[in-house]
Design a protein around this ligand. Structure first.
Ligand SMILES: Nc1ncnc2c1ncn2[C@@H]1O[C@H](COP(=O)(O)OP(=O)(O)OP(=O)(O)O)[C@@H](O)[C@H]1O
Length: 758
């Protein structure tokens, strides 16, 4: 009598799966059929790289087949209501796939909560599993356990919810023989007494004899599927290794690209009882139909497989034939709560237990804001300015100090008298050594003055990079400057030139050159004002006829740091949070925890939500620290509402976090994630108008810049802080809107990638 389709726990038909590109595919599963009866142990055996893990990951719903179908517990994995992925299965992947920062107990609670168990139920199971698997102490951190201990905890995590179907990828690797036997005894017991089903892959071929049926797999195909005793009988062999060699030889050489070489070179290790790695054999045994070996009842085994029923269109396992077990499952809301509780606990504990990383997370914003405001915006100091003052040398003096000590303070003196028709003092305002008087007005902290006799020598010092520039005063500078004031239009061009101060500045450093120029011009205006005021003249006549009134917004002498601060704070928070999140999911994927949690029933959305909450809290603290540093410590002025500033910084941080998630879900490795996040750093900083106004860019570039996530928010924040504008102004709310749209767009893309990439 044939087994009914309703008694299969897992049924795979015509499974095909390839990795790599379409042009050069690596075919891993090739038209594979597999049938696992309910209440049985199914041992899936095959050489390394033959596709066992791929087959299992398609079975648990983590990968999609390219062709063929899989039925698990009466439904298709991933189908709503199938319970797979979910608590109906217990999956132990090949890698440990646990969180190193959790203790053994917390690990089992993490999975227990995901499976919708109550705390009491979990405690009860922990006590049981502790005995069964000889688990390490409950409060020991997983990362401190030995490899074998970690595998036992991983096994316990798959068993914690007592699932209907256990899928175990090499669970006994690294365990001592006594424990291996205890595990097999347990598996036999649960299949016999509780009608559970187990699929197990192992390299210890001898222990696989305890399975009710065995699937021998090679190069993506199932060579045979039968009970161990039947296989031994049929091929007249004493060991399963021999059976495997016979079947492999029968199949002939396989073409699986790079895998061939490995298979052909590996030696048969029968002494150790592991699966052969090569396809060599002594004898070939032909199958009449060329398909998998037929399966017949076995009198010795409690369960035996028969040849599988195949219908005409090649789809033997249709869902209608299955009886979907009805099992009391917690309601959806409880499952959701359990998932979120587990994910949040895991993420927070993981962060809290990385004290070093946590320290960096909170020190960075403080450090970065501190460094920015202490390093940027201050006037330069300690420069050298070369002076060639021929007025002094005409008097055989070297410096202005010498002049002052001998003749008193240089400049103007008004001794009373009459003014002319224009109010100019006539005769009674005397001036002396105006070159030194002017030099006295220059900022000495910014540039100390060094006197040279020769202009050429002074210029050479400047060309050597030792001086910011050279000021030259002619021999009769005072006389001609005074003549310029008194007789202006009557002087010849040469005479006017004699009252000028030629200056040669080193403009290779734009900032220094510009600051120096402004400082000299401002100093001259101050000198001229005082000179004219002393002489009872209108000080304005010494200035250019352009007068800057009180600025509409901002201050007369704006500090560069104040201009750059809004952009700096936003880009800093953006990239700090990007850095926090860019690798978080990749790490989980590489650890195997991501897949394992999804197989346990967590959805990618829930996982993303938990990360958003965890990283959002960290980002909030980072943003608060950065703002405290900026406004309370460095007292950066803010003309607008602080609430608007906080809100904008927060949503920019959220956008940075979403960008980090985007990097994390779209990159396969930490290295590519780092390249992407670091690579985007400079373009965003340079194009966002943080250090140079957008108006300085070409039209096309400006439009590109406006589309970036931090550009309009930088303009908004500048408008709030420096202009005092509120949220009702279009130039403010546009920044909020665009930043919010970026966050929403990025998170949507993440969800789409997570949904469709398997
Ligand atoms: N994500 C992937 N991308 C590309 N190739 C892959 C990927 N995963 C597995 N492979 C390749 O597919 C083949 C089958 O891998 P799989 O892990 O399924 O084998 P396995 O039988 O489980 O091996 P083992 O017993 O060593 O775990 C191998 O050649 C492997 O390199």
């Amino acid at each position: 009598m044939e087994a009914s389709t309703g008694s299969y726990a897992v049924c795979v038909r015509g499974a095909c799966k390839a990795y790599g590109s379409r042009r050069r595919p690596l075919n891993v599963l090739e038209n594979l059929d597999m049938s696992v009866l309910k209440g049985s142990i199914y041992g899936l055996l095959g050489a390394s790289g033959c596709g066992k893990t791929t087959l299992l990951s398609c079975t648990v719903g983590r990968r999609r087949l390219d062709a063929g179908s899989v039925w698990v517990l009466g439904g298709r994995p991933g189908e709503p209501g199938s319970g797979v992925p979910g608590p109906r299965i217990g999956y132990m992947p090949q890698e440990v796939a646990l969180v190193g920062e959790l203790t053994v107990r917390e690990t089992l609670f993490y999975f227990g909560w995901i499976f919708g168990m109550t705390d009491d139920q979990i405690e009860e199971r922990i006590a049981f599993l502790q005995q069964l698997l000889d688990l390490p102490p409950k409060n020991k951190f997983v990362k401190l356990l030995s490899g074998g201990q970690q595998r036992r905890v991983s096994f316990a995590a798959a068993l914690v919810h007592d699932p209907e179907l256990l899928i175990l990828d090499e669970p006994t690797v690294g365990l001592d023989p006594i424990l291996r036997q205890a595990i097999w005894d347990y598996l036999v017991k649960i299949t016999r007494d509780d009608h559970k089903t187990v699929i197990i892959t192992t390299h210890y071929i001898e222990e696989a004899k305890q399975a009710h049926s065995i699937g021998l797999m090679r190069a993506g195909r199932l060579l045979a599927e039968d009970s161990p005793s039947q296989l031994l009988d049929r091929y007249g062999s004493a060991t399963l290794e021999e059976v495997f060699l016979i079947l492999s030889s029968n199949q002939g050489p396989v073409d699986q690209g790079p895998m061939d070489a490995a298979l052909d070179q590996a030696s048969v290790d029968q002494g150790a009882g592991t699966l052969p790695m090569t396809a060599s054999s002594t004898e070939a045994l032909h199958q009449s139909n060329g398909d998998i070996a037929t399966i017949s009842p076995n009198g010795n085994d409690s369960l035996a497989l028969r040849k599988l029923p195949v219908n005409n269109n090649g789809k033997p396992c249709n869902g209608g034939g299955y009886d979907v077990p009805v099992r009391a499952r917690p309601p959806f809301s409880n499952m959701f709560k359990g998932h979120v509780k587990a994910l949040l606990a895991k993420s927070f504990l993981r962060i809290l237990r990385h004290l070093g990383a946590l320290g960096f997370i909170f020190i960075f914003p403080v450090l970065e804001v501190g460094v920015f405001f202490t390093a940027i915006g201050g006037d330069p100091q300690g420069l050298q300015l070369s002076v060639v003052n021929e007025e002094l040398y005409a008097m055989n003096l070297s410096t202005c100090d010498e002049y002052s000590s001998l003749f008193g303070k240089p400049g103007s003196t008004y001794t009373g008298g009459t003014d002319d028709d224009y109010g100019q003092p006539v005769g009674n305002c005397s001036v002396r050594m105006l070159s030194c008087a002017f030099l006295g007005y220059l900022d000495h902290r910014m540039a100390h003055q060094v006197f040279y006799k020769e202009k050429g020598e002074a210029l050479n010092v400047s060309r050597a990079g030792d001086s910011i520039g050279v000021l030259h005063f002619g021999p009769n500078f005072t006389e001609w400057l005074e003549a310029r004031r008194r007789y202006g239009s009557e002087l010849t061009a040469e005479e006017v030139d004699q009252g000028e101060i030629p200056i040669w500045l080193d403009m290779s450093n734009r900032q220094l050159g510009t600051i120096m120029t402004k400082s000299i011009v401002d100093s001259y205006h101050a000198f001229s004002r005082d000179l004219l005021s002393t002489c009872h003249a209108n000080p304005k006549i010494g200035e250019i006829p352009v007068h800057f009134e009180e600025p509409v917004y901002g201050v007369e002498n704006p500090n560069f740091a104040v201009f750059a601060a809004p952009g700096i704070i936003l880009t800093m928070i953006f990239f700090l949070t990007t850095g926090l999140t860019a690798t978080v999911m990749i790490t989980e994927k590489q650890e195997g925890l991501w897949d394992r949690s999804l197989v346990a029933g967590v959805t990618a959305w829930e996982s993303l939500l938990a990360h958003v909450v965890t990283q959002g809290v960290l980002m909030g603290i980072q943003a608060a620290l950065a703002l405290i540093m900026m406004f309370l410590v460095f007292k950066v002025p803010c003309a607008g509402h602080m609430g608007d500033v906080i809100f904008l910084v927060f949503i920019t941080g959220m956008t940075g976090m979403c960008f980090g998630f985007f990097v994390s879900v779209s990159c396969e490795t930490v290295t590519t994630a780092n390249f992407l996040s670091l690579g985007s750093f400079y373009p965003i900083i340079l194009l966002s108008g943080v250090i140079w106004p957008l108006e300085g860019m070409s039209t096309v570039l400006r439009w590109i810049a406006l589309c970036l996530p931090v550009t309009l928010s930088t303009t908004s924040l500048r408008n709030i802080m420096l202009r005092g504008w509120g949220l009702t102004e279009p130039q403010v709310y546009i920044g909020f809107v665009v930043t919010g749209l970026w966050a929403a767009g990025l998170i949507t893309i993440c969800m789409i990638i997570l949904k469709y990439r398997k």
